[in-house]
Design a protein around this ligand. Structure first.
Ligand code: 16G
Ligand code: MG
Length: 542
């Protein structure tokens, strides 16, 4: 491979001296002005990964729910999943190498991973709507072409659309057509076929209000409306025409602030949802008659979808293994409901989509959602094949109809990664099929009051966790202190973990009342401050 030409071209994308970055939970993320060299180098890395896996690899330029000034990049592996952990390390090494070290780092990766440098490579590039994204995507393309590989620029796409496209390309179209149009066609057909199966024939008027976070999701949903052919009426807000990306709106704002996007007039019983900045997360909400805000987060979405799938499983009479995967942030009430009432096994993994996705792959039907609204459902090959065969060949008409519903559901779900558009369509279809209002959905279980806080410490790495981040191992004494504090409240639980995306320690607490959840979160924050080297003022009572 011609690393000399790489050296020459790399000089146009030089690294600011001394800048060190890390491939975090979901790729690199920082101020856009620091990222040009990282983008060029991720173009190079994607080529090596593509050669090694003999598959198309994706590179998405986005910083998701971060402020508009930030940007970031994530690599997409062959089946549309997140980049393998070993390669995350190479990504960090490459991003931090000084100019002269670059050829050595590249050669090292080639050797360690037995990359056949003569193999052809293909990289697909996508970007969100940030002003900085166009130039940064060009830097990725420069990196790909510097190694003589083929590159296709998909331009403005949501993150899940790029994941879908990569999976389609690497499965010779079995997953769908590898274009944005192919995505719209696949999902809208599945949505139409599924909603036609409703008792009403799917023609009853369904209306949902969508906060597009002034981002790519809004743009793409607008494009998709024409394919949905009025099967769903979408009222789009924060569509990017006036407002700033993620500013006082979007899924993260709504979830963290536990309030509607700024300036929204919500009438009682209206159904609303918010996407995040790259449309891989969604949360629902509504105001009740008394003006109280109700949030239906990833846990409620997981419950709705798994209830629906479990009912379908009974109807088709198949013994497929189903499980729900959550993280420590899942509300205790959701876990209890899933385990005790629905009798579905629940597993807890570390935060970050790759961990949940990996666990969910172990089941025939693996439903995974983070409380923040990122999630999807994975179906095993056996499950898919059995269901599709039944949909065509089953003699019992009722079972056949249920199997068709199941197959349509599988087609509507983007199995590569959490997808706000696909999740919204599946939720809308389920509410229609079950003839359920958003209030009835919310009433399935009641969330325990909870509070999330952040604590600044000198070095957040002093906190090491175990048991899927639910307990701390270091610093000494912290877990004992948390245990003591938790004992002082009813229905309580608390944990702390170093953030993977921000320089803070995150604190989570839940308890029987909001006052108690707040008090517990505050007391735990003080413990972190004292035992883990807090900086600045001691956390004050809320
Ligand atoms: C990233 C993760 C998300 C996780 C969040 C946690 C992906 C695609 N995204 O946004 O899953 O919930 O980080 O952030 O993996 P934290 O470590 O700062 O709490
Ligand atoms: Mg996102």
């Amino acid at each position: 491979m011609d690393f000399d030409s790489v050296k020459r071209l790399s000089a146009c994308h030089s690294k600011p001296a001394g800048l060190l970055l890390q491939y975090g939970t979901a790729g690199f993320r920082t101020k856009a002005e620091y990222l040009d060299h990282v983008m060029f180098r991720m173009g190079l890395l994607a080529v090596l990964r593509s050669k090694q896996r003999r598959s198309a690899i994706g590179v998405m330029v986005t910083a998701s729910h971060n402020p508009e000034e930030d940007n970031g990049v994530k690599l997409v592996d062959p089946m549309g999943e997140m980049l393998a952990p070993a390669w995350e390390e190479y990504a960090t090494c490459l991003a931090n190498a000084e100019e002269l070290e670059m050829p050595f780092v590249l050669t090292d990766i080639v050797h360690k991973e037995s990359v056949d440098v003569n193999q052809k490579a293909f990289v697909a590039v996508g970007r969100d709507t940030r002003p900085s994204s166009e130039n940064l995507a060009q830097a990725v393309i420069d990196g790909v072409t510097a190694l003589g590989a083929q590159c296709q620029d998909y331009g403005l796409v949501t993150t899940p659309q790029l994941h879908y496209i990569i999976c389609c390309r690497n499965t010779e179209g079995r997953y769908g057509t590898a274009t944005v149009e192919g995505y719209y066609q696949k999902l809208s057909k599945a949505f139409a076929d599924l909603t036609k199966q409703a008792a009403s024939g799917g023609d009853s008027y369904q209306c949902v209000n969508v906060d597009g976070a002034n981002g790519i999701g809004a743009l793409k949903l607008k494009e998709m409306e024409h394919y949905l052919q009025k099967r769903l009426s979408v009222q789009l807000f924060n569509d990017g025409t006036n407002g700033k990306l993620n500013h006082l709106c979007g899924a993260d704002y709504v979830k963290v602030q536990q309030k509607p996007p700024h300036g929204m007039e919500m009438k009682p019983a209206e159904r609303w949802c918010s996407f995040d900045g790259d449309a891989d997360r969604i949360v629902y909400y509504f105001n009740d008659g008394a003006g109280h805000f109700h949030l239906l987060d990833g846990d409620k979405i997981a419950t709705l979808i798994s209830t629906f799938l479990k009912e379908l499983l009974v109807k088709v009479d198949l013994s497929l293994k189903m499980a729900v995967v959550q993280t420590a942030y899942a509300n205790g009430s959701s876990t209890r409901y899933l385990e005790d009432t629905m009798k579905v096994p629940v597993y807890c993994t570390k935060t970050g989509v790759k961990h949940l996705h990996h666990k969910a792959q172990e089941f025939d039907i693996g439903v995974y959602f983070e409380a923040n609204g990122h999630g999807t459902v994975l179906f095993s090959k056996t499950a898919e094949e059995t269901v599709r065969q039944m949909a065509n060949e089953e003699a019992d008409a009722k079972k056949r109809e249920a199997a068709k519903m199941f197959a349509n559901t599988i087609d509507l779900i983007n199995q590569t990664v959490g997808d706000a558009i696909s999740d919204m369509l599946i939720i809308e279809a389920i509410l229609l099929l079950k003839n359920m209002s958003v209030q009835q959905w919310d009433a399935i279980y009641t969330d325990l009051p909870n509070r999330q806080l952040k604590v600044k410490v000198a070095d957040r790495r002093v906190i090491d966790t175990t048991d899927a981040e639910r307990r701390t191992v270091t610093p000494p004494g912290l877990q004992e202190k948390i245990d003591d504090l938790v004992k002082q409240y009813k229905l309580s639980r608390a944990f702390v973990r170093p953030s993977g995306t921000e320089d803070v320690v995150r604190v989570y607490a839940e308890a029987d009342t909001q006052e108690n959840a707040d008090a517990l979160a505050q007391a735990v924050s003080v413990a972190v401050y004292h035992l883990a080297g807090g900086v600045g003022e001691e956390p004050a009572p809320l």
